[in-house]
Design a protein around this ligand. Structure first.
Ligand code: ANZ
Ligand code: ZN
Length: 881
């Protein structure tokens, strides 16, 4: 603190409000961030997930853009040709809802939002190539999407099929499974029904195995995201097993039922067979059985997702049929129709083993079926082991299982598989090994106006016909009304009625539009092109892809990222691109959270409407009434706990907001926005300005020669400055922005001390004068990616007439860096798994913390805490798991 006072003399206050717009203008006028495809420097492609233009952004949206921007600016300084683009995920339901509520047009609403949000983003000083801006709702974008659809159609990757969908009776639309929450539509809250519709599908399942294997190559993705994708793809190895009907208990036209199981080892514990309500046999039986027909109709209520069906109360209907146990001809098993069996997985039929599957156990308890355990947990007495209300799905030894008794679960699986492969039912083997995937083909039809039209014309004689390419784009008609529910395209005869492209007979356009996830599945490819005529440019894609760093929210861990990975593969198959994995590096950032406030009437208040009193109470600014403060949570418009970027820009400047966003917390974790925090950032920004000014006053002029020798003070300062450059480089490369900030803080103290020393000396010796200038330049460069406006102003003050945004990252002198850091091998249980570079002065606690952040260590730990971490300073680290 004392040091702060001493450096204050002789420098003016930094005025962000005047400075920031000035530099933004300079960047725009020189076209600094405009990227050329023919630039010979090595490429670096960094992008953040593009926003939905919902209205206005708040500072919580800004965090991932700022992180991407730091990386973009840093990589530019390191000599890369950086592509850092921005666009708008501009189709979707909210625009239609706004149109209905406010009597505007979705297009007008969307483009107005884009305009105001673009202005807000520009305010943040992001180094974006705005010339590549795209909006998915623009015909210049979706024309290519329609071509892609036709490519997929021609290559057998798009097809039409009848399928059951989640139907929202209020919004009158099909919902994706993830839009059904607790059996209700995500927006309307209406109870969802199931309906059959003819829909367009994309054949993502063709790539299931590839998409799974590709995950192993994505070593710069968070392990968590890869795991989520792996589970979503859901590969399972199991068997299809035929169960023959028992004599006297068989239906008219069937001899056997085929089930899919991943646990054939538990066959001796089978208590029942269950068919999906949609199983053909169930349907046939229902024709003769009214009660069964009623039961099946009941099952249709509620959504179609696996989660939905799994959380429903288990319901069954005993058909009276019986099957013979495949391994014991003396035993029969009753056949039910059950609501928890899905038709589109496996064979649509299962055998239930209550002792070892929770759903089956719930079902067995309800319908009083036997519960016979066949897997004995380790170290358990077979005589006393019994299942109560929890099924046992762990490992163990087989018992009550004839020839499998005493085997481990994997051995039993193998033994029973061999047995069933030998047995015959008619001509067929009784059991066949089978790999299944949970992943389903992607239904992309939406009964909505504000989406990309599917370029198809339906003709009575020719069927669905692709719109000829020269007629693309099929644009959305503007003259639509939203006064009635449903899709206005259905009612728009002028748009809908067209001749068949094949036979010329009167035909009708497809009125479904595409799921908006299609729009976002290829936009990163569109960015690569700088040629409007070639929105998907194979050469440009080959040049830029894969994206080197993609940054976005964990909420997109599954669908968006998986669909994008599918799209590159599908487009490759169509010969359109030559890239397989779209995103080489992925980072999922945490959210910004903020307290929320309620007044005495229980109404939400904006942060700028409240004030904290000296005594700690929080009151409303206008009338002093008390305010209830609620704990920090995700910023959201509905709770008003949002901070607008323009408010921060006006009060403290954008750089302060950027600095605070980067400084507080590790970037993958949530960070709390506080008044204290932003004020701290403001003080620090001012301090950097003062330090640089002091150094300009005391230091050597720009371009001075380096003295031949340096005294202790100068040498220490040089060492600190060079170390700063090296450390921040590494921090930014690893996206550890908060650590970079900490390093800058640390350096500011050392720099301040050197300045104080120089001032005391009166006449500043040449070696120190040189070191002061060098340190100031390095400091300005190092903070430039984070607080670029201030950095430009410092650069100018330091006497440069070039743009800092175009400057190079400072070179470091290896001799000065020596002794600064050491590389320690990291062992896990005695085996070397990684290296870590740490400062030579790092404490044991710091090293431990850094080691725990290593991906290899995290993987080995699988969420556990290590038993011990042994740090041998300067030598080695061993993690004992
Ligand atoms: C008998 C069994 C015994 C099963 C046991 C599990 C545990 P994954 O791993 O996801 O592939 N199943 C098969 N088809 C089904 C369908 N259409 N609807 C609902 N459930 C179905 O899951 C495979 C297991 O899920 C299969 O193995 C089957 O139940 C059930 F102790 O067979 B199991
Ligand atoms: Zn026709």
């Amino acid at each position: 603190m004392t040091e702060e006072r001493t450096v204050e003399q002789g420098s003016d206050r930094y005025n962000a409000r005047e400075v920031e717009p000035r530099w933004q203008k300079a960047w725009a006028e020189t076209g600094t961030f405009r990227t050329r495809n023919d630039d010979p420097r090595p490429k670096f492609f960094v992008m953040e997930m593009f926003p939905y233009p919902s209205g206005r952004i708040h500072i919580g949206h800004g965090r991932n853009y700022v992180m991407g921007d730091v990386l973009a600016r840093y990589k530019r300084m390191r000599g890369f040709n950086v592509l850092h683009p921005m666009g708008w995920d501009a189709f979707g339901l909210p625009a239609e809802n706004a149109a209905i509520e406010r009597n505007t047009h979705p297009k007008a609403w969307t483009y107005e939002n884009i305009a105001s949000m673009r202005e807000q983003l520009q305010l943040l000083g992001l180094s974006l190539d705005w010339s590549r801006e795209l909006a998915t709702c623009d015909p210049s974008y979706y024309v290519e999407q329609q071509r892609i659809f036709l490519d997929f159609l021609e290559n057998g990757l798009a097809y039409r099929k009848e399928s059951e969908v989640n139907w929202d009776p209020v919004d009158n639309t099909v919902l994706a499974n993830e839009q059904v929450i607790d059996g209700r539509g995500w927006r309307s809250g209406a109870i969802v029904e199931r309906r059959k519709l003819s829909q367009w599908f994309l054949r993502i399942t063709d790539f299931a195995q590839e998409l799974l294997e590709g995950l192993d190559t994505l070593d710069r993705w968070p392990e968590k995201v890869r795991l989520m994708q792996r589970n979503w793809i859901g590969r399972s190895e199991g068997m299809e097993v035929l169960f023959e009907f028992a004599r006297g208990f068989a239906p008219q036209d069937a001899q056997s039922v085929k089930v899919y199981t991943t646990r054939p080892d538990t066959l001796f514990g089978a208590a029942f067979l269950a068919l999906s309500p949609d199983h053909p046999l169930a349907r046939t039986l229902a024709q003769q059985d009214d009660k069964l027909a009623t039961f099946i109709a009941e099952c249709k209520k509620g959504g179609t997702s696996a989660e939905e069906i799994e959380t429903q109360e288990k319901q069954g209907y005993n058909t009276g049929l019986k099957v013979v146990h495949p391994l014991d001809a003396e035993r029969t098993v009753p056949v039910y129709v059950a609501n928890f069996v899905l038709m589109d997985y496996g064979t649509g039929a299962i055998f239930g083993c209550p002792a070892h599957d929770q759903r089956d156990l719930d079902f067995a308890r309800k319908y009083k079926l036997p519960v016979v355990p066949v897997v004995l947990p380790p170290n358990t007495d077979p005589g006393s082991f019994a299942i109560d209300d929890e099924a046992y799905d762990g490992d163990g030894t087989l018992f009550n299982s004839g020839f499998m008794d005493g085997m481990s679960v994997p051995d039993a699986k193998e033994a029973v598989a061999r047995q069933l492969e030998r047995f015959r039912v008619g001509d067929a083997p009784q059991g066949t090994r089978k790999v299944n995937f949970r992943l389903r083909d992607w239904g992309i039809s939406r009964q909505r106006y504000w989406g990309c039209p599917i370029p198809i014309i339906h003709c009575e004689s020719c069927g669905p016909v692709g719109v000829p390419r020269e007629q693309l784009p099929v644009t959305l008609p503007d003259d639509v009304t939203f006064d009635r529910p449903g899709n206005p395209l259905d009612r728009n005869a002028a748009w809908r009625n067209v001749p068949c492209p094949k036979c010329g007979a009167p035909a009708k356009r497809e009125t479904d539009t595409m799921d908006t996830f299609v729009d976002s599945s290829w936009y990163y490819l569109r960015y690569a092109s700088d040629n409007a005529e070639k929105p998907l440019d194979k050469d440009a894609v080959a040049h830029w892809l894969p994206v080197d760093q993609y940054i976005g929210g964990i909420e997109h861990a599954i669908l968006h990222l998986l669909y994008s990975r599918f799209f590159t593969r599908a487009l490759k198959k169509c010969g359109r691109v030559n890239v397989t994995e779209p995103f080489a590096g992925l980072f999922t950032q945490g959210m910004i959270v903020h307290e929320s406030y309620k007044d005495v009437q229980g109404r939400w208040l904006f942060p700028e409407e409240v004030r904290r009193e000296a005594d700690g109470r929080t009151v409303k600014i206008d009338d002093g009434t008390p305010v209830t403060v609620l704990p920090p949570e995700k910023m959201s418009k509905s709770k008003r706990n949002v901070v607008a970027p323009e408010v921060v820009a006006d009060t403290y400047g954008v750089d302060c907001a950027r600095w605070f966003m980067l400084s507080d917390t590790p970037p993958e974790r949530d960070s709390e926005w506080t008044q204290g925090g932003i004020e701290g950032a403001w003080r620090f920004v001012q301090r950097v300005w003062r330090l640089v000014n002091e150094a300009v006053a005391l230091g050597a002029p720009v371009g001075s020669d380096r003295p031949g020798a340096f005294g202790d003070v100068a040498l220490d300062l040089r060492r600190a400055a060079h170390a700063l450059v090296a450390r921040v480089a590494e921090d930014v490369e690893r996206l550890r922005f908060n650590v970079a900030v900490a390093h800058v803080h640390e350096f500011a103290n050392e720099f301040g001390a050197a300045i104080a020393h120089a001032r005391k000396a009166g006449e500043v010796p040449a070696d120190l004068a040189f070191a002061l200038r060098e340190a100031a330049e390095m400091l300005a460069c190092v903070v430039a990616p984070m607080i670029p406006h201030l950095a430009e102003e410092c650069w100018k003050r330091l006497g440069h007439d070039t743009l800092m945004a175009e400057a190079s990252w400072p070179a470091t002198d290896a001799a000065l860096l020596q002794n600064d850091s050491v590389t320690l091998p990291v062992q896990i249980n005695g085996k070397k798994r990684d290296d870590i570079i740490v400062s030579r002065e790092a404490t044991v606690a710091e090293i431990e913390a850094a080691v725990l952040e290593l991906e290899n260590v995290q993987r080995a730990l699988e969420g556990r805490t290590p038993k011990r971490i042994i740090v041998v300073p300067q030598r080695i680290v061993n993690v004992v798991v």
